[in-house]
Design a protein around this ligand. Structure first.
Ligand SMILES: Cc1cc2nc3c(=O)[nH]c(=O)nc-3n(C[C@H](O)[C@H](O)[C@H](O)COP(=O)(O)O)c2cc1C
Length: 177
């Protein structure tokens, strides 16, 4: 049986996907993993938009992102690497813990994707486009409610590429005091 720690250790960013769609059950479990994440003062200020990778607005968002952020990694088909599903997390604007809470939720979701044998990658590079002059248009298209703001996204699908988990030098990063 795999443990949470197994999923934490084996997860890595997936930047290429097969055409296979996620099942409703997989999508539901990933959303639930986000909903189970703690929020400061239990405010539950995160909203989740589940976007089909075929949604034409994602192409527009990709073009908008490219204006300010460049075309991304060599070989990347688009900012979400052709994943069949993109989970967009938005949060109440002005609440001081929104960004942190969104980060906690998105990692919960990435770990659930890992447990399901799926690949995922956290996507922040669209923030300029999401917050730019077409913000109202994108917010409406992704059903981000009034008073909420894009925070982070997670692309999920079946792995078409593989990458080893990142390495680190524990002696540089940790102090026992
Ligand atoms: C807040 C945040 C934003 C990120 N945004 C992007 C992104 O826009 N595009 C991308 O390809 N990867 C993105 N990543 C993935 C990181 O590049 C990746 O997690 C890091 O290189 C470590 O690799 P690993 O996930 O395989 O361990 C993001 C990760 C985080 C935590």
């Amino acid at each position: 049986m795999s443990t949470v720690f197994d999923a934490i250790k084996s997860r890595s960013s997936t930047r290429g996907y097969t055409d296979e769609k996620l099942t409703e059950d997989e999508i539901k479990k990933i959303v639930l993993a986000g909903l189970h994440a703690p929020t400061a003062t239990n405010r539950q200020e995160i909203r989740f938009s589940v976007v089909n990778g075929d949604n034409p607005v994602l192409k527009e968002l990709d073009e908008e992102k490219n204006k300010s952020f460049g075309n991304g990694r060599p070989g990347a088909v688009n900012f979400y690497y052709g994943a069949p599903t993109l989970f967009i997390l938005s949060a109440e604007e002005g609440f001081k813990w929104s960004r942190l809470d969104a980060g906690i939720a998105v990692q919960n979701m990435a770990l659930e994707a890992e447990e399901l044998g799926l690949g995922s990658v956290i996507i922040g590079c669209i923030e300029g486009a999401m917050w730019g002059e077409k913000r109202a248009y994108f917010d409406k298209a992704f059903k981000i409610p009034e008073g909420y703001k894009f925070e982070i996204a997670l692309a999920v699908g079946h792995k078409g590429t593989s990458k080893e988990p990142h390495t680190f030098d524990e002696s540089e990063l940790v102090e026992y005091v």
